[in-house]
Design a protein around this ligand. Structure first.
Ligand SMILES: C[S@@+](CC[C@H](N)C(=O)[O-])C[C@H]1O[C@@H](n2cnc3c(N)ncnc32)[C@H](O)[C@@H]1O
Length: 479
Protein backbone atom coordinates (compact mmCIF):
# COMPACT_ATOMS: atom_id res chain seq x y z
CA UNK A 1 0.00 0.00 0.00
CA UNK A 2 1.15 3.56 -0.67
CA UNK A 3 2.65 5.07 2.48
CA UNK A 4 0.98 8.38 1.68
CA UNK A 5 -2.49 6.82 1.56
CA UNK A 6 -2.51 5.98 5.26
CA UNK A 7 -3.97 8.13 8.04
CA UNK A 8 -2.79 8.47 11.62
CA UNK A 9 -5.68 9.03 14.01
CA UNK A 10 -4.24 10.26 17.33
CA UNK A 11 -7.42 9.20 19.12
CA UNK A 12 -7.11 5.58 18.08
CA UNK A 13 -3.40 5.30 18.30
CA UNK A 14 -3.14 5.57 22.03
CA UNK A 15 0.38 6.84 22.44
CA UNK A 16 0.21 10.41 23.63
CA UNK A 17 3.38 11.30 21.77
CA UNK A 18 5.09 9.24 19.19
CA UNK A 19 8.65 8.33 20.06
CA UNK A 20 11.24 9.91 17.78
CA UNK A 21 13.88 7.65 19.32
CA UNK A 22 12.08 4.54 18.11
CA UNK A 23 11.52 6.02 14.66
CA UNK A 24 15.22 6.90 14.34
CA UNK A 25 16.20 3.38 15.42
CA UNK A 26 13.85 1.92 12.77
CA UNK A 27 15.22 4.25 10.08
CA UNK A 28 18.73 3.04 10.89
CA UNK A 29 17.57 -0.59 10.80
CA UNK A 30 15.92 0.00 7.42
CA UNK A 31 19.21 1.49 6.22
CA UNK A 32 21.00 -1.72 7.07
CA UNK A 33 18.42 -3.80 5.21
CA UNK A 34 16.17 -4.90 8.08
CA UNK A 35 12.73 -6.33 7.20
CA UNK A 36 9.73 -5.31 9.27
CA UNK A 37 6.47 -7.19 9.70
CA UNK A 38 3.42 -5.62 7.98
CA UNK A 39 1.58 -2.86 9.80
CA UNK A 40 -2.06 -3.31 10.78
CA UNK A 41 -4.66 -1.01 9.22
CA UNK A 42 -8.40 -0.56 9.06
CA UNK A 43 -10.51 1.02 6.36
CA UNK A 44 -13.26 3.28 7.72
CA UNK A 45 -16.01 5.58 6.50
CA UNK A 46 -17.94 8.28 8.36
CA UNK A 47 -14.54 9.67 9.37
CA UNK A 48 -14.54 13.03 7.72
CA UNK A 49 -17.47 15.29 8.61
CA UNK A 50 -17.39 16.74 5.09
CA UNK A 51 -17.75 13.60 2.99
CA UNK A 52 -19.06 10.80 5.17
CA UNK A 53 -18.76 8.13 2.50
CA UNK A 54 -15.05 8.79 1.86
CA UNK A 55 -12.86 5.86 2.83
CA UNK A 56 -9.82 6.41 5.06
CA UNK A 57 -7.25 3.78 5.93
CA UNK A 58 -6.17 4.21 9.55
CA UNK A 59 -3.01 2.77 11.02
CA UNK A 60 -3.93 0.79 14.11
CA UNK A 61 -0.59 -0.86 14.74
CA UNK A 62 2.89 0.03 13.50
CA UNK A 63 2.85 3.81 13.62
CA UNK A 64 6.61 4.01 14.25
CA UNK A 65 7.36 1.70 11.33
CA UNK A 66 5.13 3.85 9.16
CA UNK A 67 6.90 7.06 10.19
CA UNK A 68 10.27 5.39 9.64
CA UNK A 69 9.25 4.43 6.10
CA UNK A 70 8.25 8.05 5.45
CA UNK A 71 11.51 9.39 6.83
CA UNK A 72 13.46 6.95 4.71
CA UNK A 73 11.48 8.03 1.63
CA UNK A 74 10.12 4.51 0.99
CA UNK A 75 6.88 4.84 -0.95
CA UNK A 76 5.10 1.52 -0.26
CA UNK A 77 4.52 -0.46 2.93
CA UNK A 78 3.13 -3.92 3.52
CA UNK A 79 -0.18 -3.91 5.45
CA UNK A 80 -2.65 -6.39 6.89
CA UNK A 81 -6.26 -5.46 7.48
CA UNK A 82 -7.83 -5.95 10.88
CA UNK A 83 -11.39 -6.38 9.55
CA UNK A 84 -11.75 -6.91 5.84
CA UNK A 85 -14.85 -4.73 5.44
CA UNK A 86 -14.75 -0.98 5.96
CA UNK A 87 -16.16 0.04 9.36
CA UNK A 88 -18.27 3.00 10.43
CA UNK A 89 -15.65 5.07 12.29
CA UNK A 90 -18.03 6.81 14.72
CA UNK A 91 -19.56 3.49 15.72
CA UNK A 92 -16.30 1.58 16.08
CA UNK A 93 -14.06 4.27 17.47
CA UNK A 94 -13.53 2.64 20.85
CA UNK A 95 -13.19 -0.88 19.43
CA UNK A 96 -10.41 0.45 17.19
CA UNK A 97 -8.76 2.16 20.13
CA UNK A 98 -8.79 -1.03 22.13
CA UNK A 99 -7.49 -3.17 19.28
CA UNK A 100 -4.67 -0.72 18.77
CA UNK A 101 -3.86 -0.80 22.49
CA UNK A 102 -3.89 -4.59 22.55
CA UNK A 103 -1.46 -4.77 19.60
CA UNK A 104 0.86 -2.37 21.31
CA UNK A 105 0.91 -4.24 24.57
CA UNK A 106 2.50 -7.30 23.10
CA UNK A 107 5.38 -5.86 21.11
CA UNK A 108 7.45 -2.97 19.90
CA UNK A 109 7.51 0.25 21.82
CA UNK A 110 5.18 -0.98 24.52
CA UNK A 111 2.39 1.15 25.85
CA UNK A 112 3.27 2.96 29.01
CA UNK A 113 0.98 3.07 32.00
CA UNK A 114 -0.47 6.45 31.17
CA UNK A 115 -1.39 5.27 27.64
CA UNK A 116 -3.15 2.26 29.14
CA UNK A 117 -4.91 4.44 31.66
CA UNK A 118 -6.06 6.80 28.93
CA UNK A 119 -7.35 3.86 26.88
CA UNK A 120 -9.26 2.43 29.84
CA UNK A 121 -10.76 5.83 30.66
CA UNK A 122 -11.79 6.58 27.06
CA UNK A 123 -13.46 3.19 26.79
CA UNK A 124 -15.22 3.56 30.13
CA UNK A 125 -16.46 7.04 29.17
CA UNK A 126 -17.93 5.75 25.92
CA UNK A 127 -19.51 2.72 27.54
CA UNK A 128 -22.12 3.98 30.01
CA UNK A 129 -23.75 0.59 30.26
CA UNK A 130 -20.52 -0.96 31.53
CA UNK A 131 -20.42 -3.63 28.85
CA UNK A 132 -16.69 -3.58 29.36
CA UNK A 133 -16.15 -4.92 32.82
CA UNK A 134 -13.06 -4.00 34.83
CA UNK A 135 -11.77 -7.54 34.53
CA UNK A 136 -12.23 -7.66 30.73
CA UNK A 137 -10.38 -4.36 30.37
CA UNK A 138 -7.66 -5.55 32.71
CA UNK A 139 -7.15 -8.67 30.64
CA UNK A 140 -6.96 -6.74 27.37
CA UNK A 141 -4.59 -4.13 28.73
CA UNK A 142 -2.39 -6.59 30.57
CA UNK A 143 -2.82 -5.05 34.01
CA UNK A 144 -4.45 -6.09 37.27
CA UNK A 145 -8.18 -5.62 37.71
CA UNK A 146 -7.54 -3.49 40.78
CA UNK A 147 -5.46 -1.12 38.66
CA UNK A 148 -8.31 -0.70 36.17
CA UNK A 149 -10.69 -0.16 39.09
CA UNK A 150 -8.53 2.69 40.33
CA UNK A 151 -8.35 4.24 36.87
CA UNK A 152 -12.05 4.24 36.07
CA UNK A 153 -13.98 4.00 39.34
CA UNK A 154 -14.84 7.72 39.25
CA UNK A 155 -16.23 7.40 35.71
CA UNK A 156 -18.29 4.36 36.59
CA UNK A 157 -19.64 6.03 39.74
CA UNK A 158 -20.66 9.08 37.74
CA UNK A 159 -22.28 7.04 35.02
CA UNK A 160 -24.44 5.39 37.60
CA UNK A 161 -25.44 8.67 39.18
CA UNK A 162 -29.16 8.98 38.90
CA UNK A 163 -31.18 12.11 38.42
CA UNK A 164 -32.21 12.37 42.07
CA UNK A 165 -28.58 12.43 43.16
CA UNK A 166 -27.79 15.21 40.71
CA UNK A 167 -30.74 17.23 42.00
CA UNK A 168 -29.57 16.72 45.56
CA UNK A 169 -26.06 17.72 44.62
CA UNK A 170 -27.17 20.97 43.00
CA UNK A 171 -29.44 21.79 45.89
CA UNK A 172 -26.68 21.22 48.43
CA UNK A 173 -24.39 23.49 46.43
CA UNK A 174 -26.95 26.25 46.87
CA UNK A 175 -28.88 26.18 43.61
CA UNK A 176 -32.43 27.47 43.93
CA UNK A 177 -35.20 25.07 42.95
CA UNK A 178 -36.26 27.16 39.98
CA UNK A 179 -32.82 26.90 38.42
CA UNK A 180 -32.53 23.18 39.12
CA UNK A 181 -35.92 22.72 37.52
CA UNK A 182 -34.75 24.57 34.36
CA UNK A 183 -31.55 22.60 34.02
CA UNK A 184 -32.90 19.18 34.90
CA UNK A 185 -36.26 19.49 33.17
CA UNK A 186 -38.14 18.41 36.31
CA UNK A 187 -41.02 20.33 37.90
CA UNK A 188 -40.28 22.40 41.00
CA UNK A 189 -42.77 20.37 43.01
CA UNK A 190 -41.02 17.18 42.13
CA UNK A 191 -37.69 18.77 43.03
CA UNK A 192 -38.82 19.78 46.49
CA UNK A 193 -40.14 16.25 47.01
CA UNK A 194 -36.82 14.75 46.00
CA UNK A 195 -34.83 17.09 48.20
CA UNK A 196 -37.19 16.59 51.15
CA UNK A 197 -37.61 12.84 50.91
CA UNK A 198 -34.28 11.50 49.91
CA UNK A 199 -33.29 9.05 52.54
CA UNK A 200 -30.25 7.19 51.50
CA UNK A 201 -30.36 4.59 54.21
CA UNK A 202 -27.81 4.15 56.84
CA UNK A 203 -24.31 4.58 55.52
CA UNK A 204 -22.79 3.54 58.82
CA UNK A 205 -24.52 0.15 58.67
CA UNK A 206 -23.10 -0.53 55.24
CA UNK A 207 -19.67 0.51 56.42
CA UNK A 208 -19.99 -1.74 59.46
CA UNK A 209 -20.79 -4.56 57.05
CA UNK A 210 -17.39 -3.97 55.47
CA UNK A 211 -18.45 -2.01 52.37
CA UNK A 212 -16.31 0.87 51.18
CA UNK A 213 -17.51 4.27 49.95
CA UNK A 214 -17.17 3.27 46.27
CA UNK A 215 -19.59 0.43 46.92
CA UNK A 216 -21.97 2.71 48.80
CA UNK A 217 -21.92 5.34 46.04
CA UNK A 218 -22.69 2.66 43.45
CA UNK A 219 -25.38 1.19 45.67
CA UNK A 220 -27.21 4.52 45.92
CA UNK A 221 -26.37 5.48 42.32
CA UNK A 222 -24.54 8.63 43.23
CA UNK A 223 -21.13 10.08 42.63
CA UNK A 224 -18.51 9.60 45.28
CA UNK A 225 -18.35 13.19 46.49
CA UNK A 226 -22.11 13.25 47.16
CA UNK A 227 -21.84 9.95 49.02
CA UNK A 228 -19.09 11.40 51.23
CA UNK A 229 -21.07 14.61 51.66
CA UNK A 230 -24.12 12.72 52.89
CA UNK A 231 -22.08 10.51 55.16
CA UNK A 232 -20.29 13.45 56.77
CA UNK A 233 -23.22 15.90 56.99
CA UNK A 234 -23.23 17.85 60.23
CA UNK A 235 -19.73 16.81 61.27
CA UNK A 236 -17.10 19.40 62.07
CA UNK A 237 -14.54 20.29 59.40
CA UNK A 238 -11.79 18.64 61.43
CA UNK A 239 -13.76 15.41 61.69
CA UNK A 240 -14.22 15.50 57.93
CA UNK A 241 -10.48 15.80 57.35
CA UNK A 242 -9.98 12.79 59.56
CA UNK A 243 -12.68 10.69 57.90
CA UNK A 244 -11.26 11.49 54.45
CA UNK A 245 -7.79 10.44 55.58
CA UNK A 246 -6.30 13.91 55.12
CA UNK A 247 -3.87 15.23 57.70
CA UNK A 248 -4.74 18.81 58.59
CA UNK A 249 -1.78 21.13 58.03
CA UNK A 250 -1.23 23.61 60.81
CA UNK A 251 1.46 25.61 59.05
CA UNK A 252 1.57 27.42 55.74
CA UNK A 253 3.41 24.75 53.72
CA UNK A 254 0.80 22.57 52.06
CA UNK A 255 2.56 19.86 50.21
CA UNK A 256 0.47 17.00 48.81
CA UNK A 257 2.06 14.21 46.84
CA UNK A 258 -0.88 13.40 44.62
CA UNK A 259 -4.35 14.56 43.65
CA UNK A 260 -6.94 12.61 45.57
CA UNK A 261 -8.50 10.62 42.71
CA UNK A 262 -11.84 10.44 44.48
CA UNK A 263 -12.70 14.07 43.80
CA UNK A 264 -12.78 16.15 40.63
CA UNK A 265 -12.27 14.77 37.15
CA UNK A 266 -9.05 13.71 35.56
CA UNK A 267 -8.49 17.20 34.10
CA UNK A 268 -5.45 19.01 32.74
CA UNK A 269 -4.11 21.00 35.67
CA UNK A 270 -6.29 19.26 38.24
CA UNK A 271 -5.40 20.32 41.78
CA UNK A 272 -5.44 18.21 44.95
CA UNK A 273 -8.77 18.22 46.76
CA UNK A 274 -6.81 18.57 50.00
CA UNK A 275 -5.52 21.97 48.86
CA UNK A 276 -9.08 23.20 48.36
CA UNK A 277 -10.19 21.68 51.68
CA UNK A 278 -7.44 23.52 53.58
CA UNK A 279 -8.41 26.82 51.94
CA UNK A 280 -12.04 26.27 52.93
CA UNK A 281 -11.04 25.27 56.46
CA UNK A 282 -8.98 28.38 57.09
CA UNK A 283 -10.91 31.00 55.14
CA UNK A 284 -14.59 30.03 55.14
CA UNK A 285 -17.24 28.51 57.36
CA UNK A 286 -20.07 26.06 56.60
CA UNK A 287 -22.82 27.72 54.59
CA UNK A 288 -20.45 30.28 52.97
CA UNK A 289 -20.57 30.74 49.22
CA UNK A 290 -17.49 29.94 47.15
CA UNK A 291 -17.06 31.12 43.56
CA UNK A 292 -14.81 29.12 41.26
CA UNK A 293 -14.45 31.13 38.02
CA UNK A 294 -12.40 28.48 36.15
CA UNK A 295 -13.58 25.21 37.62
CA UNK A 296 -12.06 22.72 35.12
CA UNK A 297 -12.67 19.20 36.41
CA UNK A 298 -14.77 20.35 39.35
CA UNK A 299 -12.63 19.61 42.37
CA UNK A 300 -13.74 22.83 44.10
CA UNK A 301 -17.50 22.03 43.86
CA UNK A 302 -16.78 18.47 45.06
CA UNK A 303 -14.93 19.69 48.15
CA UNK A 304 -17.53 22.40 48.81
CA UNK A 305 -20.19 19.70 48.73
CA UNK A 306 -18.41 17.63 51.35
CA UNK A 307 -17.53 20.60 53.56
CA UNK A 308 -21.06 22.03 53.31
CA UNK A 309 -20.12 25.23 51.53
CA UNK A 310 -22.28 26.57 48.69
CA UNK A 311 -20.59 26.89 45.34
CA UNK A 312 -21.03 28.61 42.00
CA UNK A 313 -18.66 27.31 39.36
CA UNK A 314 -17.91 28.37 35.78
CA UNK A 315 -15.64 27.35 32.93
CA UNK A 316 -15.52 27.69 29.18
CA UNK A 317 -15.49 23.89 29.07
CA UNK A 318 -18.57 22.22 30.47
CA UNK A 319 -19.38 18.55 30.97
CA UNK A 320 -22.72 16.86 30.73
CA UNK A 321 -22.26 15.01 34.00
CA UNK A 322 -21.35 18.17 35.93
CA UNK A 323 -24.24 20.58 35.57
CA UNK A 324 -22.92 22.55 38.54
CA UNK A 325 -20.18 23.94 36.27
CA UNK A 326 -21.92 26.56 34.17
CA UNK A 327 -20.66 27.85 30.88
CA UNK A 328 -18.98 31.21 30.97
CA UNK A 329 -16.18 32.60 28.90
CA UNK A 330 -14.41 35.27 30.92
CA UNK A 331 -13.57 38.33 28.95
CA UNK A 332 -13.37 41.02 31.60
CA UNK A 333 -13.23 43.77 28.98
CA UNK A 334 -16.92 42.97 28.46
CA UNK A 335 -17.49 43.52 32.19
CA UNK A 336 -19.88 40.58 32.48
CA UNK A 337 -20.03 38.99 35.93
CA UNK A 338 -22.12 35.80 35.74
CA UNK A 339 -22.36 34.96 39.45
CA UNK A 340 -25.80 35.68 40.84
CA UNK A 341 -24.82 36.05 44.52
CA UNK A 342 -21.87 37.72 46.17
CA UNK A 343 -19.35 35.07 47.23
CA UNK A 344 -17.50 34.88 50.55
CA UNK A 345 -14.49 33.37 48.82
CA UNK A 346 -13.27 33.29 45.24
CA UNK A 347 -11.14 30.23 44.64
CA UNK A 348 -9.31 31.12 41.46
CA UNK A 349 -7.14 28.51 39.72
CA UNK A 350 -6.50 29.86 36.22
CA UNK A 351 -4.07 28.33 33.67
CA UNK A 352 -0.46 29.03 34.65
CA UNK A 353 0.31 31.14 31.59
CA UNK A 354 1.03 28.79 28.65
CA UNK A 355 1.39 25.63 30.73
CA UNK A 356 -0.98 22.95 29.32
CA UNK A 357 -1.89 25.40 26.57
CA UNK A 358 -2.53 22.58 24.09
CA UNK A 359 -4.94 20.74 26.38
CA UNK A 360 -6.97 23.87 27.18
CA UNK A 361 -7.04 24.89 23.53
CA UNK A 362 -8.80 21.62 22.71
CA UNK A 363 -11.59 22.60 25.08
CA UNK A 364 -11.89 26.18 23.84
CA UNK A 365 -12.92 27.71 20.52
CA UNK A 366 -11.37 30.39 18.39
CA UNK A 367 -14.02 32.90 19.47
CA UNK A 368 -13.78 31.94 23.14
CA UNK A 369 -10.10 31.15 23.71
CA UNK A 370 -8.50 29.96 26.90
CA UNK A 371 -6.31 32.62 28.49
CA UNK A 372 -3.42 30.16 28.12
CA UNK A 373 -3.36 31.08 24.42
CA UNK A 374 -2.75 34.76 25.20
CA UNK A 375 0.48 36.65 24.72
CA UNK A 376 2.15 37.70 27.97
CA UNK A 377 0.86 41.27 27.77
CA UNK A 378 -2.73 40.15 27.16
CA UNK A 379 -2.49 37.51 29.88
CA UNK A 380 -1.47 40.15 32.41
CA UNK A 381 -4.12 42.51 31.07
CA UNK A 382 -6.72 39.80 31.61
CA UNK A 383 -5.89 39.55 35.30
CA UNK A 384 -5.82 43.27 35.82
CA UNK A 385 -9.33 43.50 34.35
CA UNK A 386 -10.55 40.37 36.15
CA UNK A 387 -9.35 41.55 39.57
CA UNK A 388 -11.04 44.94 39.03
CA UNK A 389 -14.26 43.28 37.96
CA UNK A 390 -14.13 40.90 40.94
CA UNK A 391 -13.62 43.85 43.24
CA UNK A 392 -16.66 45.66 41.84
CA UNK A 393 -18.90 42.62 42.17
CA UNK A 394 -18.08 41.37 45.65
CA UNK A 395 -18.55 42.33 49.29
CA UNK A 396 -16.04 41.42 52.03
CA UNK A 397 -14.78 38.67 49.79
CA UNK A 398 -11.45 36.93 50.08
CA UNK A 399 -9.67 35.70 47.03
CA UNK A 400 -7.59 32.51 47.08
CA UNK A 401 -5.45 32.80 43.99
CA UNK A 402 -3.37 29.84 42.88
CA UNK A 403 -0.53 30.10 40.43
CA UNK A 404 3.02 29.04 39.73
CA UNK A 405 6.10 30.91 38.62
CA UNK A 406 6.36 30.50 34.91
CA UNK A 407 9.70 30.52 33.13
CA UNK A 408 10.75 28.98 29.90
CA UNK A 409 12.46 26.47 32.15
CA UNK A 410 12.47 23.49 29.85
CA UNK A 411 15.03 24.94 27.52
CA UNK A 412 16.75 27.90 29.08
CA UNK A 413 19.91 27.58 31.17
CA UNK A 414 19.56 29.60 34.38
CA UNK A 415 22.19 32.25 33.52
CA UNK A 416 20.30 33.06 30.30
CA UNK A 417 16.83 33.38 31.85
CA UNK A 418 15.13 36.47 30.52
CA UNK A 419 12.87 38.22 33.03
CA UNK A 420 10.71 39.48 30.18
CA UNK A 421 9.86 35.87 29.41
CA UNK A 422 8.66 34.99 32.87
CA UNK A 423 5.54 35.58 34.90
CA UNK A 424 5.92 35.03 38.59
CA UNK A 425 3.91 35.25 41.76
CA UNK A 426 5.44 38.71 42.28
CA UNK A 427 3.67 39.86 39.10
CA UNK A 428 0.34 38.57 40.40
CA UNK A 429 0.96 40.23 43.75
CA UNK A 430 1.65 43.50 41.90
CA UNK A 431 -1.52 43.16 39.80
CA UNK A 432 -3.61 42.41 42.88
CA UNK A 433 -2.22 45.43 44.76
CA UNK A 434 -2.91 47.72 41.82
CA UNK A 435 -6.51 46.59 41.53
CA UNK A 436 -7.62 47.09 45.13
CA UNK A 437 -6.66 43.74 46.68
CA UNK A 438 -4.24 43.27 49.53
CA UNK A 439 -2.29 40.04 49.73
CA UNK A 440 -2.51 38.80 53.28
CA UNK A 441 -0.97 35.34 52.98
CA UNK A 442 1.40 33.38 50.79
CA UNK A 443 1.04 29.63 51.15
CA UNK A 444 3.40 27.29 49.35
CA UNK A 445 1.70 24.28 47.75
CA UNK A 446 4.47 22.72 45.62
CA UNK A 447 3.91 20.48 42.63
CA UNK A 448 5.51 17.08 42.58
CA UNK A 449 8.81 16.73 40.69
CA UNK A 450 8.44 12.93 40.62
CA UNK A 451 7.04 12.99 37.07
CA UNK A 452 10.43 13.82 35.57
CA UNK A 453 12.40 10.82 34.37
CA UNK A 454 16.02 10.31 35.41
CA UNK A 455 17.08 11.15 31.86
CA UNK A 456 15.20 14.44 31.82
CA UNK A 457 16.70 15.43 35.16
CA UNK A 458 20.19 14.58 33.92
CA UNK A 459 19.65 16.67 30.80
CA UNK A 460 18.49 19.64 32.84
CA UNK A 461 21.49 19.38 35.12
CA UNK A 462 23.90 19.16 32.19
CA UNK A 463 22.38 22.30 30.69
CA UNK A 464 22.23 24.18 34.02
CA UNK A 465 18.44 24.40 33.81
CA UNK A 466 16.69 25.21 37.07
CA UNK A 467 13.32 23.47 37.23
CA UNK A 468 10.17 24.91 38.79
CA UNK A 469 8.02 22.96 41.19
CA UNK A 470 6.80 25.93 43.18
CA UNK A 471 3.10 26.70 43.27
CA UNK A 472 1.75 29.40 45.50
CA UNK A 473 -1.63 30.20 46.94
CA UNK A 474 -2.09 33.90 47.60
CA UNK A 475 -4.88 34.95 49.89
CA UNK A 476 -6.04 38.47 49.18
CA UNK A 477 -8.60 40.73 50.77
CA UNK A 478 -10.38 43.73 49.37
CA UNK A 479 -8.71 46.95 50.48
C1 LIG B 1 -5.97 25.15 35.85
S1 LIG B 1 -7.50 24.71 35.07
C2 LIG B 1 -8.58 24.52 36.45
C3 LIG B 1 -8.41 23.17 37.08
C4 LIG B 1 -9.36 22.88 38.21
N1 LIG B 1 -9.09 23.69 39.39
C5 LIG B 1 -9.29 21.41 38.56
O1 LIG B 1 -8.70 21.05 39.59
O2 LIG B 1 -9.78 20.58 37.77
C6 LIG B 1 -7.98 26.21 34.35
C7 LIG B 1 -9.31 26.22 33.62
O3 LIG B 1 -9.52 27.54 33.11
C8 LIG B 1 -10.39 27.45 31.98
N2 LIG B 1 -10.30 28.73 31.24
C9 LIG B 1 -9.21 29.27 30.64
N3 LIG B 1 -9.52 30.46 30.09
C10 LIG B 1 -10.84 30.69 30.37
C11 LIG B 1 -11.74 31.78 30.09
N4 LIG B 1 -11.35 32.87 29.42
N5 LIG B 1 -13.02 31.66 30.53
C12 LIG B 1 -13.43 30.56 31.20
N6 LIG B 1 -12.63 29.51 31.51
C13 LIG B 1 -11.34 29.59 31.10
C14 LIG B 1 -9.88 26.22 31.25
O4 LIG B 1 -10.88 25.66 30.44
C15 LIG B 1 -9.45 25.29 32.42
O5 LIG B 1 -10.43 24.33 32.69
Amino acid sequence: MKVSDLTWDPFIYPRANKSQKTITAYVEALGSGAQFPPIKVQRVFNYDDGDRSAIFTLVIDGIHRWFAFQEKGIKAIEVVEWQTTALDYKEHKTALLLESAVCNISHGDRLNTSDKKRTARVIAESDPESKWTESALAEKLGVRQQTVNGWISDIRARQKTNRNSTILRLSRLGWIQEKISDVMGVSQNRISEIIGNTIFGNFDNLIAQGHDMEYIARHFQMDLSLAWALRLTGKKDQEKFKALGWGLRTWDQWSFNECDQRFGEDWPGRIPAQLVAHTLFYYTKPGDLVLDPMAGGGVVPDVCLIFERKCQAFDLATQENRPEIEYHHWNPQKKKWPATKKPDLIFFDPPYFTKKKKAYKEKATRQTPSISSYKKKDYEQFFRAFFLLARENTKQTRMAFLNADWYDFESTPAPLEDPDKSITIFDFHRLLSKTGWRTIRRIETPLSSARMSGNQVQKMQNLQILGTTGRTLLIAKKV
